[in-house]
Design a protein around this ligand. Sequence first.
Ligand code: ZN
Length: 113
Amino acid sequence: MTVSYEELRRRLEDQQARLIEEIKLFQIDGRDNLGYGNHQADDATDAFEQTKELSLLQNSERLLAQVKAALARFEQGTYGLCERCGKEIDPARLQALPYVALCMVCQQHLEQA
Ligand SMILES: [Zn+2]
């Protein structure tokens, strides 16, 4: 069973909306914490929590950039084509990761480089 590009586009739009919400919440949390986290004893834990949250935030931002790029490819009519070699990306791969920009071969090539 293959999912249509329209369905993948809808999924990407949903994912984009969710990620934007998530990032917004992170930013609100960050602001609220300013000025409150000044208890000496908690500093190490706070720093750890902040680092953890920061990396989660960075993950979300990175994912959002990939999702946005994929949606832009829909606009350009190049969705589903590998950004490096221009060949069609395996539909099963798109189904699992709708935002991928590279076919399996190019992805592996880049990872080995
Ligand atoms: Zn490729």
